[in-house]
Write a protein that binds this ligand. Sequence first.
Ligand code: FAD
Length: 494
Amino acid sequence: MAQNKTRVVVAGGGTAGWLTAFSLVTRLGNVLDITLVESDQIGTVGVGEATIPTMCNFHRLMGIDEREFMAATNATFKLGIQFNNWANQGDSYIHSFGEIGQRSWMAEFHEFWMEAVANGQQDSLDEYCLELKAARQNKFATKVGNKALNFAYHLDATAYAGYLRAKSEAAGVKRCEGKIKTVDIDPQSGNLTGLGLDSDLYIKGDVFIDCTGFRGLLISEHLDVGYEDWSHWLAADRAIAVQTASVEPAKPYTIATAHKAGWQWRIPLQSRVGNGIVYSSQFLSDEEALATLKSNLQGEILTEPRYLKFKTGRRQKAWHKNCIAIGLASGFLEPLESTSIHLVTTALIRLMKLFPFTAEHELLAEQYNRETQKELETIRDFIVLHYHLTQRDDSDFWNHYRTMEIPEPLAHRMAIFAQNGYVWPDDVSLFRVDSWVQVMMGQGLRPAQHHGASRMLPTANLQQQLAAFKQSINSVLNQLPSHSEFIAQYCPAN
Ligand code: FAD
């Protein structure tokens, strides 16, 4: 019955707002009454087009049809990120979403490979990862026989919000267009009670989700929750984005090219390419950044440059009173590993598990905030690794990152890998052993030693096993169509 429903007000209609509205109506629609407010005049951040594989699971949980979603959002597949010029100018490696070699519980695959290399084998660790090799050869299929590839998507952010909006409205979400002008708070409880729009509409609610982007209109401007600034570790505070025409078939990976004082992304969609430069205003002016971006583009520029400002860090409490900040309102890490939309999805899963159906929700909020903090700190450290683990000394920017003090858990992780080759997955199960190995080795950190278990087999047997594994990867690889052939038959853009 309608009067028993908890009234949820989602403030903001970017990717975070519409993902929130859609997820809540899909999974809790019978017990929630959902209204979303967005302002066409303010608009959305308009970037955020590369994802990580968790997105596929989230879509499955929410019942999103992959082919329909991809066709609607001009999407392509993503098997990883190619990092150019990070350890040194001219170098390149791919952080892929694939597993390298075979899992074994005591020592990791890279340690067996290191043992073979120590005994004269001459190949690269990359040879043992299907997704990485497929990326290099521009090949793709969601699966071959019973071998499923691990992948994510590149998508058009504006089309994605539109796609989710249509689905949300069809499922019963009410949308109100207008600027939020007033925010009312109950003086006794400190809870939010309603939002007044410039159109004179007034929306009452029990639970408010702040998806208003960087400003955090509810959580920050009205509830005064502070921001933990991480710019001493992640100095980037500006970005400029432009779209270009495609000049080649879309590659199944993102490219992140480091520059003198920042880095540039290239995200290929079916019919255009998203590009942008991320930089720190401390080290680079907007004019220089734009010039650098433009001099590294391929294809005709289709849009005016979009300038964005941000501060890396996290909202001290993502959930305060009856307000939960999701998306950019809850904090922002670098877009380097495409983790922001992922963080929206994990926030939504957490919120649905801990949803405040009653007024007694302080403990739920505390748990939510603890989990959110842990998750952000873990991802932060993985991103810091890319900047810190460099030999570049060609600018103040790289000298800053190379020599800065890093968070202790990251320093420990790097030290143990350098000395012993030991790696473990991160605390929130996002970046697995393979991710840490690919980035640490990709950026030039070679362990001095590796696990003795790798010497249990005679060298010839080890080499035979590695050769057989490589062979099995190549036989799958040979069956894969090109990325663009696969898209053309599976999910061509509408
Ligand atoms: P926004 O898109 O800013 O939406 C805010 C909404 O709030 C808008 O609808 C706006 O109209 C509304 N609003 C604000 N104030 C009011 C008001 N007063 N009244 C009414 N409505 C209001 N993420 C990834 O996962 N992958 C990437 O590759 C990636 N790249 C990025 C690159 C850059 C440079 C940046 C800055 C971010 C990137 N992100 C990326 C992050 C990603 O863009 C965001 O996480 C995602 O778009 C969600 O944004 P949002 O919905 O929180 O905010």
